[in-house]
Design a protein around this ligand. Sequence first.
Ligand SMILES: C[S@@+](CC[C@H](N)C(=O)[O-])C[C@H]1O[C@@H](n2cnc3c(N)ncnc32)[C@H](O)[C@@H]1O
Length: 257
Amino acid sequence: MRCEILTLFPDLVQPVVGQSMLKRAQEKGLLSVTVRNLRDFTQDRHHVADDAPYGGGAGMVMKAEPFFQAVEALQREYGPGSSLRLVMPSPQGCPFSQRLAENLAHERRPLVFLCGHYEGIDERVRVGLQPEEISIGDYVLTGGELAALVMIDAAIRLIPGVLGDPESAHADSFMDSLLDYPHYTRPADVRGLNVPEVLVSGNHEAVRRWRRKAALRNTYLKRPDLLRDRELSAEDRGLLNEISSEPGVAAQCGEEG
Ligand SMILES: C[S@@+](CC[C@H](N)C(=O)[O-])C[C@H]1O[C@@H](n2cnc3c(N)ncnc32)[C@H](O)[C@@H]1O
């Protein structure tokens, strides 16, 4: 996966890119991330990349031209035949999801993240470059950098070879439209709270069934919406019946949760 991050705040991005799984993915040659300072694509002496909004009002707006210049420079750099996938993090975009993360993970084109700040980016960037607008949630961030990093982080763990054990991504929440099952590690007793016995039984089938049921229970309690339009296997239907008749079981998050 090749990522280009266009930003006015490279220092916000660089430290994250050099840590943890992003660092490992780059070391393994499975990811490249280049951070480009939009000021380098300004034309004036003072490298101004933002200005007051037409029509008046609060805040500043990021100028269009540095984005056009930066994308054109990348097009030249990657070669005339190569196409770029432009992503504009925006609270107005399509909701980011595990499915979209998988889609980004499989993308062969360089991903170019156009990060806004202040009141946002001059609308002519959206109209002229036609990027995909993607939102990471119904709230407003200060800038697109954290959103771009969230998307890259979610995508890279789905690239084969990035995680030590690819199985760990398969069981993750949302991969199978279910939430993950609970995890435990040593010691077996933490302040009187014990590991479920089945997990130390050595019975692989019993462990598999326990985890499946626990994933279904988590989903039933925390995100019942995920179960609504899902086709269930006979085993899942049986397990859900058992869960719904457990004493004290009630969804923790309703429709609005
Ligand atoms: C303060 S926001 C601008 C919000 C804009 N005035 C609006 O209400 O639609 C500045 C930048 O943060 C990023 N951003 C904010 N919230 C986001 C979200 N939920 N998802 C993705 N990017 C977001 C975008 O890059 C945006 O241009």
